[in-house]
Write a protein that binds this ligand. Structure first.
Ligand SMILES: [Zn+2]
Length: 270
């Protein structure tokens, strides 16, 4: 969940060099165009690009062109607002760039109260997806592997720092750390026991498991599979529509634009 201050939308208008409104954006993006002399300011809230663009932005999609309110799309609250990602980030981050770049459509302004209440039902949908795809939410296998050998060496090293250890036990412990040290370092290096102990104590207890399968990544890969040659992914489209539809049915957002549609294009138009 990303926290944003109330002024998420500044509602600046960007016109094409032919004078057609192309899209709305915030002050930051406007400054970007102006500072590079790519546009001229033509009104207090509008700029006109002074170069010909390839496409006309969102000229056919009213949702992008209308004024956006700095209100929770569900209850109309104007405070404690946050950006809500309609498609959870655990899936979104694994999607192709041409889908991810289009993400602003699926980022809606919501108050924290509505956001929290929706998250509960969103979790139910995630559980259902986990069953449908036969992939648990916390992934398949263990994310990390415990390194028992490192732990054994560290225990020996830390015991060597203690006083009052019987001599034969001391010999065993030294043997453990010296063997490890000899196997892992340059043979010619003649480290003192204290240095070896210090190095041993820094050994990690865990390492990342390369075999681990993340839930979000697995689900998205399944949705993309078989369609890479098309650069259009029908199953992925369905998945995004599923989340949009779930959001609309659950929250019945009274302050969301009537032009926000479940089946709006998921790809960036370039
Ligand atoms: Zn709200």
């Amino acid at each position: 969940m990303q926290s944003k201050r109330a002024q998420a939308y500044d509602n600046w208008k960007v016109y094409s060099s032919e004078g057609k409104i192309m899209f709305r954006c915030n002050r930051k993006k406007i400054s970007w165009y102006l500072s590079r002399n790519l546009a001229n300011q033509i009104a207090h809230d509008s700029i006109q690009l002074n170069f010909q663009t390839k496409g006309l932005g969102h000229v056919d999609n009213t949702y992008y062109l209308e004024d956006k309110s700095n209100l929770c799309v569900c209850c109309g609250a104007s405070e404690n607002l946050t950006m809500h990602h309609v498609v959870p980030d655990m899936y979104r981050r694994h999607m192709p760039e041409i889908v991810k770049s289009h993400a602003s459509y699926d980022v809606l302004l919501m108050c924290i109260r509505c956001h929290t209440s929706y998250e509960k039902t969103a979790n139910e949908l995630k559980k259902k997806i986990a069953i449908d795809f036969n992939m648990p939410l916390n992934g398949n296998g263990q994310g990390q592997i415990r390194l028992y050998n490192n732990i054994k060496i560290k225990k020996a090293a830390s015991a060597l720092n203690r006083k009052g250890i019987p001599e034969d036990r001391m010999r065993e412990l030294k043997n453990i750390v010296f063997t490890w040290h000899q196997q892992t370092t340059d043979k010619t290096k003649n480290d003192k026991l204290n240095n070896i102990i210090e190095k041993a104590l820094m050994l990690p207890d865990y390492e990342r498991n390369g075999e681990f399968v993340e839930h979000g990544k697995y689900v998205v890969n399944q949705l993309l599979k078989d369609y890479h040659h098309l650069k259009r992914w029908p199953k992925l489209e369905g998945f995004i529509y599923l989340w949009r539809d779930h959001f609309l049915k659950t929250m019945k957002p009274k302050f969301l634009s009537q032009f926000w549609k479940v089946d709006n294009n998921i790809y960036i138009d370039r």
